[in-house]
Design a protein around this ligand. Structure first.
Ligand code: ADP
Ligand code: ZN
Ligand code: ZN
Length: 751
């Protein structure tokens, strides 16, 4: 084999991400004769042991950097006429790989899914038989007697309006020989037809006409169009209250970009990728069949392959998907829209831990595209960027349909009468309010905030929560050592026996889950149709869609769920939204806890009163005075942002700093503990002075999946030095086999 694949001694080389090998990378030399063709992002055939294999070029290695001691085998040939990944996307990947301190191959894997890269899923074609000529009577008689199958096929085709039928309808493979015989006689033609596996299935969409925009919408659209026409990449932030008609603005902005021959990319939170959102886009562009491609995680490999290639070929001009769609190969990209830009699902919580919105902003810059971020409750990061003049603010403060924002009542659970049978989960007032809605035949959404994974201490009598002296964030209870720990700075405190505020001795708070609440609800409202929605229920494909369909069709009265049901859904029948435990989201050691709670409450309140009847929102809480709750009650995003930004600045939290989380996991507790201690010592020496690193500590989720988890947080004015130093030190750090170290840059989870 050696002669067949000559080794080169000196010259350029490439790193190739291999297909179908768990994403291994190997380096290959580039022979001079194909040197020009071998670019980043192109597909190549390479020798591998005693066979050939295919892969994607992810890095060009210059002759100086090529390891002379190794005899590299050479690339055999380039596959296809153009790179499968564009130069700009490769640049985006390279930037992201460095920023998030991950190997390039990990980023490239996100850009082109394995199923697409390895082309295992050849585009499927099917055979179609088309009637060309009807035989004269004599011939037909002959066929009838000698070849009844052929005759049957002819008759079948003749009876069909389009005079054609898929081979499958004619009897599948058994019909192939007779069809071929008919083709020889010149009576039929056999064609290959491509089947496009559309995730929207066989659904048809009726064309929807653009709505006449109201003043606020028209003004927002005008600014977007001007920015687009100028080719300006300065991001725009559209802050529009729930129901202000942001989607209509997106649709018309997309239509504008298409009319100028540009492609459009629309990012939505994973959970909003409901048929409802899909249908709104498919319908608006129904006169351009195939122009809208949907990418999402529930797709089969085949569907993903087809949609990806439709976008890559330039057939689909609009790509819609969750965070990973930020890498969709949209041609001539002109406009990017990030809906619900504050949503935490844009942050990937497994490697590579990138942020879809942040990469979208970068991609717009790299490709000279216009970018629009939209939300009713923008992230403080984006609002901060507006303040700094980096983003342009567009506002829509009124609901498009003239409906009022729902009236919100905050119930102070410390003093509300509660029926013992209902375990304090539902107050008497909320129960009565639900009962009233049920009598009127209206619908109710109940939200259970389940972010409260970590235990914090809250007094059920006065609402007091034990906080860190340095960070003003809740301390987390650790059972084995019976201590309270701050997961941001490492501060430790003893557990108070009595509430420091009111001296109650009931201070330990027990959490509860959706199933328990469901049981209580069924006891409360035995004749009501109740449906629970949480991660357990929605593991089945289409389960969420089916439930939401049932709810819309009013086959369900009460929908009980986690944050999953708070976003982007539009149900006219819902007149009451109840939040069972607004506090739990506040009691977690996370600098964004208040922001998330505010966003959740505001978004969920936006679900009420979308129809003719005014909506009502009831929030149960032990801390009614909390800013997140009070500002949400008044739908006051500006007020909340101002107050929260001031706090963030005071404590040096994002967006006034970048924070990263270093995690070490192992089935052996001591090993994990020892490793993180050693690692942190090394990092402390290597990091520049303006980067703080906390003492290592057990993570709030101290053990999961049989692994002990330890963490340390890093904080500094920018993320780059953190990523660079950690990437270097982690690569030197020799870990034992059963140790896993991960670094999360711009972390959104501190658990
Ligand atoms: P948002 O995404 O801002 O929460 P939506 O786009 O869902 O709001 O719009 C809320 C409702 O208002 C939808 O039913 C939508 O059809 C309607 N709507 C939007 N724009 C207009 C308009 N210009 N005129 C009338 N109705 C509108
Ligand atoms: Zn108390
Ligand atoms: Zn602290």
């Amino acid at each position: 084999m050696q002669e067949l694949f000559p080794t080169s001694s000196r010259g350029p080389a490439v790193r190739v991400l291999m297909d179908g090998m768990d994403d291994m990378v190997f380096d290959y030399a580039v022979p001079p004769d194909i040197g020009e063709l071998v670019q980043r992002g192109c597909r190549v055939e390479v020798p591998l042991r005693h066979r050939t294999a295919t892969g994607t070029v992810i890095t060009l290695i210059s002759p100086e950097d090529t390891d002379q001691s190794r005899n590299l085998k050479s690339v055999l040939r380039v596959v296809g006429n153009e790179p499968v990944i564009s130069a700009q996307l490769m640049e985006l990947a390279e930037w992201a790989a460095r920023y998030y301190a991950v190997p390039m191959e990990q980023m490239v894997r996100c850009i082109v899914p394995e199923s697409v890269r390895s082309e295992k899923h050849e585009e499927k074609t099917r055979k179609i038989v088309v009637l060309q000529n009807w035989p004269d009577d004599a011939e037909m008689n002959k066929i009838n007697s000698r070849a009844p199958r052929q005759a049957a096929i002819l008759r079948y085709l003749h009876s069909d309006d389009s005079k054609r039928a898929p081979l499958n309808d004619l009897g599948g493979n058994a019909a192939l020989a007779p069809s071929r015989a008919l083709a020889k006689k010149g009576l039929v033609r056999i064609e290959d037809e491509q089947i496009h596996r559309d995730p929207a299935g066989s659904e048809t969409f009726t064309l929807s006409q653009p709505l006449e925009l109201n003043g606020e919408q028209a003004q927002a659209l005008a600014t977007i169009q001007t920015t687009f026409d100028a080719g300006d990449s300065k991001p725009m932030l559209l802050q529009g209250v729930t129901g202000s008609g942001k989607t209509e603005v997106y649709l018309q902005a997309a239509a504008h970009a298409l009319s100028k021959g540009k492609g459009v990319l629309i990012l939505v939170p994973e959970i909003s990728l409901t048929p409802q959102t899909m249908a709104r886009f498919k319908s608006r562009f129904a006169d351009m069949p195939g122009s809208v491609a949907i990418l999402h995680s529930a797709m089969s490999d085949g569907e993903r392959f087809d949609e990806w290639h439709a976008i890559h070929r330039g057939q689909a001009r609009i790509a819609i998907g969750p965070r990973s769609a930020v890498f969709a190969p949209v041609r001539n990209l002109g406009l990017i829209i990030v809906d619900e830009e504050h949503d935490s699902s844009y942050k990937q919580e497994s490697a590579p831990r990138y942020h879809g919105r942040d990469l979208a902003v970068l991609r717009a810059k790299l490709e000279g595209a216009t970018i629009l971020l939209g939300s009713a409750t923008p992230s403080l990061e984006s609002l901060h960027n507006v303040e700094q003049g980096k983003y342009t603010m567009l506002r829509m403060d009124r609901r498009a349909d003239g409906q009022r924002l729902p009236l919100t009542r905050v119930l102070d659970m410390r003093s509300e009468p509660k029926d013992k049978r209902y375990l304090g989960i539902i107050s008497e007032k909320l129960r009565l309010a639900i009962e009233e809605r049920m009598h009127k035949g209206e619908q109710v959404i109940l939200l259970l905030n389940r972010r409260g994974f970590a235990r914090s201490l809250q007094c059920p009598d006065c609402g007091y929560v034990v906080h860190c002296e340095h960070c003003a964030l809740p301390l987390t209870y650790h059972l084995p050592e019976n201590r309270l720990v701050c997961h941001i700075c490492g501060y430790r405190a003893v557990v108070p026996k009595r509430c420091p505020e009111c001296h109650s001795d009931k201070i330990l708070l027990e959490g509860y889950g959706t199933q328990k609440v469901e049981a209580v609800l069924r006891r409360c409202f035995p004749k009501t149709r109740i449906q629970r929605v949480d991660a357990d229920v929605t593991t089945r494909k289409h389960a969420l869609r089916d439930i939401l369909d049932d709810f819309r069709a009013r086959r369900i009265d009460i929908l009980l769920g986690t944050q999953m049901i708070s976003k982007g859904l539009d149900f006219p029948g819902v007149t009451l939204v109840g939040v069972l435990n607004a506090d739990l989201g506040l009691c977690i050691p996370d600098p964004r806890a208040a922001e998330r709670t505010f966003q959740l409450l505001t978004q969920v309140a936006g679900r009420a009163g979308r129809g003719e009847i005014d909506g009502e929102v009831i929030i149960q809480t032990y801390t009614p005075q909390a800013a997140a709750i009070q500002f949400a009650r008044r739908h006051d995003t500006d007020g909340f942002a101002e107050k929260e930004l001031a706090l963030r600045r005071q404590f040096g939290f994002p967006p006034y700093s970048h924070m990263a989380v270093l995690t070490v996991r192992s089935p052996k507790e001591e090993l994990a503990d020892f490793s993180i201690q050693t690692l942190c010592k090394k990092l402390r020496r290597a990091l520049p002075d303006n980067i703080e690193i906390s003492d290592p500590m057990p993570a709030p989720i101290a053990k999961s999946h049989g692994q002990f988890r330890f963490m340390s947080t890093l904080r500094g004015p920018s993320a780059r030095p953190i990523a660079d130093v950690c990437a270097r030190e982690l690569s030197y750090f020799k870990t034992a086999e059963d140790i896993i170290c991960t670094l999360d840059i711009d972390a959104y989870s501190f658990m």
